[in-house]
Design a protein around this ligand. Structure first.
Ligand code: AMP
Ligand code: MG
Length: 289
């Protein structure tokens, strides 16, 4: 390990940024229309250069590995990555590819399913808060408190008067985490309805993917437009300076991976972490035989 502060050169042929992640970031207060975001786009990357993209991801994975070790060694920063998408949007695949090779110590994936009875007997942030990262940790939320303004809204699981207030709670909750030292990035993997159809069909047609098929996924699919609307409102309202949303065009898996990876890398690099100073008086020590 020879990287002390991998802020990186800007030469795209070496360890520098793949592209400016700002182009995927939702600017606070700007209304989002998802129809304006092409799910097959590859902003900052040549769409024909899929092989280069896959090669690039390998380089990025090495950088991520180094940065996560630095995060752990430095022990002062807390990183929260929130992943949301429609079913088959690629949340699991993104986690697998972006964190390939990362030392599992200090990294945790938390998947939020339908709340249990006990969870439902508390406020909706109760089960979330327990899992936020501590010092040196990186936590990935596979689904999150945003389900409480998505499925809950579309399926009418609580009255509108209740879920409508949640955008403000969420903004305040995330701001509190940020003020107390957590760096937050929120990624929407944006796929088209047709791409979802193909991926769900593949799960039916390919025997080794059958296990992934959940007939229950057809319900949200049948309410596609209502979900898109719910996404639009949360993107428009909850992207803040300290807890920004990024919309990642996700029909092309290889682009989705390099984009998610690049957002993570540039965010971690922006923290300018350093290794802790070595213990006093270690120079010249010889380990006895
Ligand atoms: P999966 O991620 O495919 O394992 O599915 C998890 C399921 O749990 C999805 O259908 C989510 O919509 C659902 N879910 C997650 N959080 C909530 C919530 N707060 N309320 C209701 N359903 C939820
Ligand atoms: Mg599912």
């Amino acid at each position: 390990m020879n990287v002390t502060n991998p802020s990186g050169p800007t030469n795209p042929d070496s360890n520098g940024p793949t592209f400016d992640i700002d182009r995927l970031r939702v600017k606070p207060g700007r209304p989002v229309r998802l129809a304006d975001h092409d799910t097959r786009a590859t902003p900052g990357w040549d769409p024909k250069n899929k092989d280069g993209g896959k090669e690039r991801l390998k380089q990025q994975n090495k950088i991520t590995e180094e940065l996560q070790e630095l995060l752990w060694a430095n022990g002062r920063e807390r990183i929260l990555v929130v992943l949301q998408a429609m079913d088959a949007g690629g949340k699991d695949g993104t986690i697998r590819h972006v964190f390939e090779g990362v030392n599992p110590t200090g990294v945790k994936v938390v998947s939020f399913k339908k709340p249990s009875e006990k969870e439902l007997a508390h406020d909706y942030l109760w089960r979330i808060h327990k899992h936020v990262p501590g010092d040196g940790e990186l936590v990935i939320f596979n689904r999150s408190h945003y389900e409480d303004v998505l499925v809950v809204r579309v399926e009418n699981l609580v009255p509108p008067a209740r879920w409508r207030k949640r955008y403000d709670h969420i903004i305040d909750f995330e701001q509190m985490l940020a003020d107390e030292g957590t760096t937050i990035i929120k990624l929407l993997l944006h796929i088209s309805k047709e791409e979802q159809r193909q991926r769900l069909q593949d799960r039916l047609d390919e025997p080794d993917k059958n296990w992934k098929f959940d007939p229950g996924d057809l319900v949200p699919r049948s309410k596609w437009d209502q979900y898109q609307e719910a996404f639009e409102e949360l993107l428009s309202r909850t992207s803040t300076e300290d807890a920004p949303w990024y919309i990642i065009p996700a029909d092309r898996k290889w682009y989705r991976n390099i984009a998610a990876s690049e957002i993570l890398i540039q965010t971690l690099q922006g923290l300018n972490m350093t290794y802790p100073a070595p213990a006093a008086g270690i120079e010249g020590i010889e380990i006895p035989e």
